[in-house]
Design a protein around this ligand. Structure first.
Ligand SMILES: *Cc1c(COP(=O)(O)O)cnc(C)c1O
Length: 432
């Protein structure tokens, strides 16, 4: 019944996460509340690290895609695990640096980096800047040359791979706003130009084909295309690039039917395809960077809500209305994302109702899930939505002037606040 490993039920029939009673957490901190299981995050990072060590003789790096869930304590955990991080904005970069994250383990992405953001990246000494477009290449080259520094870069390549996922989270196909296209020759032209420009050192290539992908075939195919491209760069330019960043995108388990392969096996399969192509082209296996986001934090998180009302509309549907919604989790409104929910204070009761879970915002589309199974419930019950660790807090808003919830981290039966709940004063703080 639970889609995540850290979840269980105690003698009182209450849902627990990381050994902590969620009903007690709701009482202690109020709702809505994000709760994250620290061991689940750490073990995912460790599994990925091991998969790199096991499969790639020239090593590599697990860089947490921080857009999935960025706050100071998160960067501290990633740093402690010896991993890197990918950042996509000045705000993420700033947070990482404030958290004491080593700049050389940061990968700076994004299809529009402002001059101010590029300056920040050069000042901090970010490890790799992933150049997305021609204008950015020119701008960065001029800025680095003016400072008398060399920026170590990757090029973002659009490999032309159609990953089987929602079109809004698909990024590898040719019709994409990201990167230089492989098939049109743009990618090779960009490599030639980058290698000749002052202030830039081309270190390798990057690609990211999409998100919430379960099938390893599109990744394996992408690995083959990218090694092929790097061999082409060697042939045409006489430069053997030694780093390949394969991006993120591996899926998380939201509902029971999501069949997630263990990371070890999934990485082994991709590595097999990559190494076979490398061998056939006599191309040395590069240092491999991977950027998992969702699969590190998704299943580590849950959101607790209080039920406010239950509306039965005969012949139509039953709404269970909670004290949060699209402000803390916009994913159903954006992509009709599937979720599993449970009444946390009666977690062992049969889920024998079919309901729609709705939020409190002034939008009919403010739904968490439709036509989902749930225990019977009423005002005051605690509802837990699972797999909310990724792209919930990081996508939250203050719509309707609703303050953002706190994030509580649990570990070994102990809970601590890692992000405080916003107050009404916080919501007003920039009003002049
Ligand atoms: C979003 C993104 C990721 C992470 O994707 P997940 O699906 O969360 O693993 C990694 N790299 C880049 C460049 C991204 O844009």
């Amino acid at each position: 019944m639970f889609v995540s490993d850290g979840l269980s039920v105690n003698e009182q029939g209450h849902l627990t996460i990381g050994g902590v009673d969620t009903v007690e957490l709701a009482k202690k901190y109020g709702t809505p509340l994000y709760v994250m299981d620290e061991m689940s995050i750490r073990s995912a990072l460790r599994e990925y690290k091991k998969s790199i060590d096991d499969n790639y003789e020239n090593g590599g790096m697990v860089a947490f895609a921080s857009k999935a869930c960025a706050f100071k304590a998160m960067y501290e955990i990633v740093k402690e695990e010896g991993c890197g991080a990918d950042v996509v904005s000045g705000g993420e970069l700033y947070t990482a640096i404030q958290a004491g994250f080593p700049a050389e383990r940061l990968y700076f992405h994004g299809n529009f980096k402002t001059e101010a953001e590029l300056a920040l990246a050069l000042d901090y000494g970010v490890g790799r800047i992933v150049v997305d477009n021609w204008e950015e290449m020119e701008t960065l080259s001029a800025m680095a040359a003016a400072r008398n520094v060399t920026a170590d870069i990757y090029l973002r390549i659009t490999p032309g791979v159609d990953a089987h996922t929602h079109s809004f989270v698909m990024t590898g196909q040719n019709d994409s706003k990201f990167g230089f296209t492989l098939e049109t020759g743009d990618a090779l032209a960009a490599a030639k130009r980058a290698a000749a420009m002052p202030g830039l050192a081309l270190k390798g290539m990057h690609c990211h084909i999409g998100s919430q992908i379960f099938d390893e075939a599109p990744f394996a195919h992408t690995a083959e295309l990218m090694i092929g491209f790097m061999a082409k760069v060697r042939e045409e330019m006489g430069i053997t690039l030694t780093e390949l960043n394969m991006g993120g995108g591996f899926g998380s388990r939201y509902v029971e039917s999501d069949a997630v392969m263990p990371y070890g096996e999934y990485m082994w399969r991709i590595a097999g395809a990559l190494k076979a192509v490398a061998a056939s082209l006599s191309f040395p296996v590069p240092y491999i960077v991977i950027e998992p986001g969702r699969s590190i934090v998704g299943n580590a998180g849950i959101t607790l809500y209080t039920v406010g009302s239950v509306k039965h509309i005969p012949g139509i549907r039953t709404f269970v209305i909670v004290d949060g919604g699209m402000t803390d989790n916009p994913r159903y409104a954006l992509y009709q994302s599937p979720y599993t929910a449970v009444i946390a204070n009666r977690a062992n009761a049969p889920a024998d109702q079919t309901v729609t879970i709705a939020g409190r915002c002034c939008e009919s589309g403010d739904l968490i899930q439709e036509h989902t199974k749930l225990q019977s419930c009423g005002r005051g019950d605690i509802l837990a939505v699972m797999t909310t660790g990724a792209y919930n807090y990081s996508m939250s808003s203050n719509y309707n002037r609703i303050p953002r919830p706190a994030i509580v981290m649990v570990k070994d039966g102990v809970d601590r606040v890692v992000v405080k709940a916003e107050t009404y004063a916080d919501v007003m703080r920039n009003d002049v």
